[in-house]
Design a protein around this ligand. Structure first.
Ligand SMILES: [Zn+2]
Ligand SMILES: [Zn+2]
Length: 169
């Protein structure tokens, strides 16, 4: 839940603005776990709702596609969205609305933006060595005890000797 009180803006004139600083240590938003969420959001009363804009720095937990370890990937969330007034119908363009008592939960909006910012093939580090294809051990953590010999595919061995003959390696 990222609850923000917008009661005064709900009843304000069009053009009225309000800035809110977010500073969360950790946050769970449905299927996302964020290590931090910090930044400033500016809310502007517009004709049919409240516009929210601002940049948030966060780190979302994800899984390395090479070694399967979970790690936090930093993401800059460039948030922009429309908040409905109390009673407004929700839609993909307006996924949240102010409740009758003047609060809004921005979690659905933030979740959507964080998902968009997540890399398609996250890796915990550019030189992550991943898992050994033979024993499945995490090579980064030295869990692989293979000698290395059985890792060589015989077809590669042929190619390697061909390369050697041509002066390369
Ligand atoms: Zn990794
Ligand atoms: Zn191994």
């Amino acid at each position: 839940m990222v609850r923000i009180k917008l009661a005064s803006l709900t009843h304000a004139q069009v053009g009225q603005r309000e800035a809110v600083v977010l500073d969360f240590e950790s946050l769970e938003v449905d299927d996302l776990f964020l290590a931090s969420l910090k930044g400033e959001l500016v809310f502007t009363r517009v004709a049919n709702g409240i516009l929210v804009e601002g940049n948030l720095n966060t780190a979302a937990q994800t899984e390395c596609t090479r070694c399967l370890d979970s790690f936090f990937v930093p993401i800059l969330v460039e948030l922009e969205g429309m908040i409905g007034l109390p009673g407004a119908s929700l839609s993909p363009e307006r996924p949240v609305r102010v409740s009758e008592d003047g609060w809004v939960d921005l979690a659905p909006l933030i979740r959507e933006h964080v998902w968009l910012g997540l890399p398609l093939n996250p890796v915990c580090s550019p030189d992550c060595a991943g898992l050994c294809p033979e024993c499945g051990g995490n090579i980064n953590r030295g869990e692989c005890t293979c000698t290395g010999e059985e890792l060589v595919d015989p077809r590669w061995e042929v190619l390697r000797s061909l390369l050697k003959q041509n002066g390369g390696d």
